[in-house]
Design a protein around this ligand. Structure first.
Ligand SMILES: C[S@@+](CC[C@H](N)C(=O)[O-])C[C@H]1O[C@@H](n2cnc3c(N)ncnc32)[C@H](O)[C@@H]1O
Length: 232
């Protein structure tokens, strides 16, 4: 359900208040930990819906999915995933920042969209690759700010995703438009080169496994959404 479809009146006012609280918390954490947070405001609903495309469009419409969301933050993308989930689906919401993770736990009882999936969702306050190799997922949605990481960190995370992804499963993630161009102008040389190396790694994975890329302009900043499929 999109925000524009929600009922008017006190319920809407409550949701606006909750969204402002999410945004304040996100902004304050971004100021403290920009490297890990990677943006200053939560993602838009348009970006969340684009990332949840392969939760909504499933090969077998009756087959439940095991879903992993990495870097769930204040739940902006989790809401898009929740809206696409069907009975029987389950989702692990992984978030390294303990303040965000605690906030997400609360949202699973208070947020109208997230409370709907509370019985099928689990919050994990840890780094995503600390989830261990024994898990299996049909769809992974990653909100991690790859552009802030080193090439080795990104390779390790992408390797982990493809280790726990079932053959035929999908990985969806995003990157902001024009990051490289902006960094070329404002970043120090070593940061620009670090990001160039990181984007080569990401592009290599897209070239090998990419099945679709969408552009989402209705987000701050606008973003690419990449969907990859693990070969069967
Ligand atoms: C760009 S924010 C996205 C937040 C939210 N999904 C959204 O789109 O509004 C990235 C989030 O990933 C978290 N994060 C960064 N590195 C992580 C890691 N290795 N494992 C799990 N979470 C991580 C950060 O704490 C932050 O909440």
């Amino acid at each position: 359900m999109s925000e524009t479809q929600s009922p008017a009146g006190p319920f809407s006012a409550l949701r606006l208040d909750e969204r402002l609280r999410d945004t304040r918390l996100f902004f304050s954490q971004a100021l403290r930990t920009f490297h890990a947070t990677g943006s200053i405001v939560p993602s838009s609903r348009a970006l969340a819906d684009a990332l949840a495309e392969f939760v909504r469009e499933r090969p077998d419409p009756a087959q439940p999915l095991r879903i992993l969301e990495a870097g769930a933050g204040t739940g902006a993308i989790s809401r898009g995933i929740a809206a696409a989930m069907i009975p029987g689906d389950s989702v692990d919401l992984v978030e390294a920042n303990p303040e965000f993770a605690a906030h997400l736990e609360g949202l699973l009882t208070t947020d109208p969209e997230l409370s709907r999936i509370a019985d099928s969702a689990r919050v994990h306050a840890k780094l995503v690759n600390e989830m261990g190799p024994d898990r299996r997922y049909d769809a992974i949605v990653s909100g991690l700010p790859f552009a802030n990481f080193t090439a080795d960190e990104v390779r390790e995370i992408l390797d982990y995703y493809f280790e726990v992804l079932e053959p035929g499963g999908t990985l969806s993630f995003y990157g902001y438009l024009y990051t490289k161009e902006v960094k070329a102008v404002i970043a120090r040389r070593e940061d620009y080169l670090r990001q160039a190396r990181t984007s080569w790694v990401v592009q290599d994975w897209i070239d090998r496994y990419g099945i679709r890329t969408d552009t989402v302009f209705a987000n701050l900043p606008p973003a690419w959404v990449h969907h990859l499929r693990k070969p069967v």
